[in-house]
Write a protein that binds this ligand. Sequence first.
Ligand SMILES: [Zn+2]
Length: 375
Amino acid sequence: MSAPNKSYDPVEVEALKPEAIERMRDEALAAFAAADSLDALQEAKVAHTGGTSPLALANREIGALPPQAKAAAGKLVGQARGAVSKALAGRQTELEAERDTRVLVEEAVDVTLPYDRARAGARHPLTTFMERVADVFVSMGYEVAEGPEVEAEWFNFDALNFTPDHPARQMQDTFFVEGPKGTAGDESGVVLRTHTSPVQARSMLDREPPVYIVCPGRVYRTDELDATHTPVFHQIELLAIDEGLTMADLKGTMDHMVQSLFGSDMKTRLRPNYFPFTEPSAEMDMLCYVCKGTSVGNPDRPCRTCSSEGWIELGGCGMVNPRVLVACGVDPEKYSGFAFGFGIERMLMFRHNVEDMRDMVEGDVRFTRPFGMEI
Ligand SMILES: [Zn+2]
């Protein structure tokens, strides 16, 4: 500090000596140059340009100088502070550029890395195909109906006009959960349903005609698992009950189904057959969707899909037997109906050239993946 009445020489004020100012400036410049990060630079900034830095304190001394000395001292300190500010800004820019370059490298995305190691799951082709078939009928106004897989023997057989001695009821064909009790009036056992037809009987008892239902579901038979058999498989069943229904309605409905699934030039044919729950009954064939019948009598162009027969067996169908209508509380004088059922596995096999039924039940994703990720 200077005494007010003394003639003033700024050189006498220690902090304002030119060499002191230069030293302060040089120390600041050295500190900025040595800062190797933005944090370190911030510390150096506080130390050399903050309110208590040597240059700031020196600047404060100027105010106490006599007027004639202020200009020279102000210029000296101002130049030093200007140099320090400039150096600080320069170093700041350098360090920010370094940081940006580093971030770009550290946060770079390698677009060649696999983005998705865990594959998305998907539903089994049997499920999606069964729903696709059901959708064909839903679009015609049918309702999807379901029933229990553990079923009363009465619904599985008796209601559908299977006689008590029908071979299908034998233990070697049917899984019995509980055997028939054998006492009069309580002869019905409990079975794993052998077809989806008991849903027909339940639906007729549940609803007032007209009835239009489609029943997809799992069914059970005592078959060994091999290339063409599985003890658990899927069926889809169709039932229509209304006034005035005939075989022509059945045929038209089936034609629509195969055209929806296989193409507009498809058609079906009926062959006489016997089933207990329909009368008359028929086997339903569809035109081979691969050769469209051109392989018949044409040994040069054989067809593997239909074994050059031109037709593929689809399933059983017919007009609902009046005895079934009566058992299910429907007046056969007023109403008639048709029913149709087929196995989903078989249809999936010939639609997608699946050669071994075991592929469908083993759960190997190499089988299901080519069907796509349909969910
Ligand atoms: Zn064919």
